[in-house]
Every structure is written in C-alpha cells, then in structure tokens.
Design a protein around this ligand. Sequence first.
Ligand SMILES: Nc1ncnc2c1ncn2[C@@H]1O[C@H](COP(=O)(O)OP(=O)(O)OP(=O)(O)O)[C@@H](O)[C@H]1O
Length: 242
Amino acid sequence: MNEETAMASSGNPAFADNEIMLQCDGLTRIYREGPQDVTVLDALELEVRAGERVAVVGSSGSGKTTLLNLLGGLDHPSAGHVRIAGQSLSEMGEAALGSFRNRHIGFVYQFHHLLAEFSALENVAMPLLVRGQKRQEAQEKARDILSKVGMAERCEHKPGELSGGERQRVAIARALVTDPSLVLMDEPTGNLDQTTAGNILSLMDSLAARSACAFIIVTHDTGLAAHQDRVMRLDQGRLSED
Ligand SMILES: Nc1ncnc2c1ncn2[C@@H]1O[C@H](COP(=O)(O)OP(=O)(O)OP(=O)(O)O)[C@@H](O)[C@H]1O
C-alpha cells in the first residue's frame, strides 16, 4: 500500500469478529549494536483476531518490549512483517506510519507520558484533535471515556496533580478514545489497586465486546493474564501457548 492510501484509510474499519486484525510473519529483531549480534525475536509468528485479547508473558529480557515496539511501528524488524488491519507496516513511510498509528493503534506504555501542561481531559481529547475532530466533540468523547475509567471528577487536573494510578487510567482512556483496531499495553494495571484494576478490566471487556479491537497485553500480573482469551509465552524469540 502506498502512503496516500494509508493516510486516507479511517480508523477501525468494519472488521467482523474472527477476521485477523494482527499478523506477524517471520518477525525477527537482531540487535547489532554490541560486540556480538543478539537475536531477540527469531522468526516469530502470531495471529490475533478482531475482538481477541492476548496476554504476553515471559521472563525479563525475553523480548516483550522489543515485540511491542515492533507491533506499534516504533521500531523496524530485521526481517519479517507486521500486518495490522490487513496493512503491512513495513510498506509505509514515516508520515504514513504516524497517521496509521493515530488511526489504528492505542498505546499504554510506561514511557508514553501524558503532556504535563494539559489537563486529563485535554490529554485524552488530543488524539481526536490530531485526526481533525472538532474540539467540542473530542472533549465530549474524552469526558465519557474518562468517566468509564472512574476519572469523571479529575478531568480538569493536570498529570502532576494526579496519583500514579490515576495517570495510568488517563493513559488507558487516551489509548481507547479513538476506537483503535489494536491496543498495545505494557503492564496496564501495574500501579493500580485491585478495585481500579477490576474497573479497567471491565472497561476492556466492554470495549472488546462492542468493537473489533484486539488487545496485546504484556504483563507479569497472573490475574490479568488469566483474564484474557489467550496467554502466550515469549521464550527464545518465539511465542507459544502458555
Ligand atoms: N537497543 C538495544 N541494543 C542491544 N540490545 C538490546 C537493545 N534493546 C534491548 N536489548 C536486549 O534485548 C533483550 C530483550 O529486551 P526487552 O527489553 O525487549 O526485554 P523484556 O522482555 O521487555 O524485559 P523486561 O521484562 O525486563 O522489561 C535483552 O537482552 C536486552 O538486553
């Protein structure tokens, strides 16, 4: 696909359940920076269907972050392909990739910081404004999703005025507000107490049920992993059913 087509396509196309939303073929990542090559992902294969939620577990250093970065188009594979909603990331230039990310992918990463000068509401509305939605519409949608993650009373607070768990909930709201095709999460319930984590799980349940969104969730939380449709273990550069 060329860049124009990628830019023109709208988010979360009408994917029927069971269609493949994410596909990795022979996905390989070799780090060549040090004195010797390190093969972190070795011809990894993965298929995730629309509406499916997959937990990825694995020991420290097994390559979970590397995998998430490749799936989100934040890093490029040494070999192989990532396809999301039928579109191959490796065929896109940087501009098309940026637009594709905004339309199709929601990120909940530890390093994906909220913007400090903006309120929770403005942070969540931002991805909608970037894609050209009107301010009032964007803010209404942001307010709605913030209330679903239990943050209705904190909309006007800036990130510095929120607890770690509250910031994490705002980050989750920001990832979900665009109705993405794929949500990538890195330890999404890491800072949250059990009740709040439970609310987030319910929110993910309802989103997955009413949309074709697929989730990849990297976690050490066995409860969170067990709640997903499948648990995959990353070991020796490959994924297998846990
Ligand atoms: N830029 C890099 N250059 C060289 N090696 C790297 C680079 N980034 C990661 N690695 C190596 O790749 C391997 C996988 O790292 P990665 O961060 O993906 O693991 P992880 O499973 O996310 O670990 P953790 O659970 O500890 O966060 C590690 O051995 C790491 O040292």
